[in-house]
Design a binder for this molecule. Structure first.
Ligand SMILES: [Zn+2]
Length: 55
């Protein structure tokens, strides 16, 4: 009961390590390393794509 399984807020997978999403990612809660890396790539490697597909 002491251990609470945390789920990734983005993909729902069990997380061994929790990563705190940065502001502007539109993610509430913690995310897994895979999603964290993916978000980093989306927001920093392809910044102009975000501008084109602005919602
Ligand atoms: Zn995830």
């Amino acid at each position: 009961m002491a251990k609470t399984a945390a789920k990734c807020a983005a993909c729902g997978a069990d997380m061994t390590f929790r990563y705190r999403p940065m502001e502007g990612w539109n993610v509430s809660g913690f995310i897994c390393g895979v999603c964290y890396t993916q978000k980093l790539l989306e927001h920093y490697i392809e910044p102009d794509r975000r501008g084109i597909t602005k919602k």
